[in-house]
Design a protein around this ligand. Structure first.
Ligand SMILES: Cc1cc2nc3c(=O)[nH]c(=O)nc-3n(C[C@H](O)[C@H](O)[C@H](O)COP(=O)(O)O)c2cc1C
Length: 415
């Protein structure tokens, strides 16, 4: 019977354990988590979501406070078009986050950064360019482009000296999205080094509509693998979304996937950035506690625990401090929804916004508990302490369980 360890992900001459821990913003997939995946011979992701804030927390910078001070005069103004990111500061925050992670790297694995296109930051092109270029400057092994079609993203860094040596890949949820990406980038003569195919059971934002349940990863990835083979592209195809056991992973690897990207199992790792109490909510969740809804202002459906404090919370938009979801004109669907409620309750008290959430603030404060569909099975991966809480697991334990388990077994932590 095969185990994940019987397979290898090949990038040129480099061979890796075919397990990639997916990016989880905001700082849920921490540097510590990514470093463990790399140390164990796989691939770990950090995320550059809200990187100015991540830098403040990790390196004692004051980028968020400084931005708030600069735009304080605008806080009560509905028009956020003038609230811009300073590109030099964005570059510095990215270089700090990526640089410190890469300096700490040990082992044979790789560390990638997850870059979401939907973080439009009131200047989609220039901010994405700075994010990617600074990550490359700081020595990141690779970039995974996500949450968007990224039709122009390669072009933004085509002049970077590392454009052809860093591993660059994209997450898609259909063969059509991949075809579109390849067509739009054909002139650059640079194929992606990997393609992650993310199915509808993943955590975070979904690349599907609210009819997500009609799709399944196995069918989509089979189409992508067939396309890549027919076109003789030679791009490794990586399966993601709902892969909960080593045996689940083996079934994809045996059908031609080059690796798996997993995340939900690691949300309860010691190294994961979620607060300890929130990890317990993930452990306790039943299938009924998990919902896919449309409260994310990005326009993509998102999966989360129904008990997330963010749902219905009507806080004032915080774009002067954050503003990561402002489109190129300073708009965000949460601002519109909030202002509608404010007009109904002009005293500004007891405002509840049900249809959208202030994603920046809520993710930053770990109040929006996004999770994969399989979260309800996390309780089967651990032991209960005497007082009823679940034992958190080391990332190494989870990684090795994926790597070596057979027969749908899940190794429990030592008692
Ligand atoms: C808590 C959480 C946060 C996530 N955040 C992001 C993100 O910021 N960007 C992204 O591309 N994918 C994100 N994802 C998706 C994962 O990277 C991964 O592809 C997917 O969840 C894999 O499926 P699994 O969780 O069932 O293993 C997130 C997933 C989880 C569970």
């Amino acid at each position: 019977m095969k185990r994940v360890d019987d397979f290898r992900l090949r990038f040129g001459k480099k061979e890796l354990v075919p397990i990639m821990v997916g990016g989880m913003g905001v700082d849920i997939s921490t540097a510590e988590l990514a470093l463990e995946a790399a140390r164990l011979g796989g691939i770990g992701h950090i995320s550059d979501a809200m990187v100015n804030d991540v830098s403040d927390r990790r390196f004692d910078t004051s980028f968020v406070k400084d931005k708030t001070r600069l735009y304080k005069h605008n806080i009560l103004n509905a028009d956020k078009s003038g609230v811009k990111f300073d590109l030099d500061i964005l570059a510095e925050a990215t270089r700090r986050h990526v640089g410190a992670t890469m300096e700490a790297k040990k082992g044979d694995g790789l560390i990638f950064v997850n870059c979401m296109e939907k973080l439009t930051m009131n200047g989609p092109r220039e901010t994405l360019q700075v994010r990617m270029a600074s990550a490359l400057d700081a020595g990141i092994d690779g970039i995974t482009l996500s949450a968007g079609l990224h039709l122009g993203s390669f072009g933004l860094i085509a002049d970077h000296p590392r454009f052809r040596d860093a591993r660059l890949g994209i997450i898609v949820s259909s063969v059509r999205a991949l075809q579109l990406f390849l067509r739009k980038n054909a002139r650059l003569n640079r194929l992606p080094d990997f393609v992650v195919v993310e199915g509808p059971l993943a955590g975070g934002h979904l690349g599907f509509g609210m009819d997500w349940a009609q799709y399944d990863l196995a069918s989509i990835i089979a189409e992508v693998i067939a396309y890549v083979k027919n076109e003789q592209l030679g791009i490794p195809v990586i399966a993601a979304g709902g892969i909960f056991t080593g045996s689940d992973a083996v079934s994809f690897l045996a059908s031609g996937a080059a690796a798996v990207q997993v995340a939900t199992r690691f949300t309860v790792a010691d190294e994961c950035g979620l607060p300890t109490a929130v990890k317990q909510d993930y452990f306790r969740a039943s299938e009924d506690d998990i919902v896919v809804n449309t409260i994310s202002p990005t326009g993509y459906p998102m999966r989360m625990l129904k008990s997330s404090p963010a749902i219905g919370d009507g806080i004032r938009p915080n774009c002067e401090s954050y503003g990561y979801l402002l489109d190129g004109n300073g708009n965000c669907a949460y601002i519109t929804a909030y202002n509608r409620e404010l007009a109904l309750h002009p005293d500004g008290k007891n405002i509840s916004v049900q249809d959208k959430t202030c994603l920046c603030t809520q993710m930053r404060n770990f109040k929006l508990w996004t999770c994969g569909h399989m979260t309800y099975r996390l309780k089967d991966t651990s032991r209960r302490n005497a007082e009823g809480s679940y034992q958190c697991l080391s990332a190494e334990h989870i990684f090795r369980d994926y790597q070596f388990s057979v027969d749908q077994q899940i190794a429990l932590p030592a008692e």
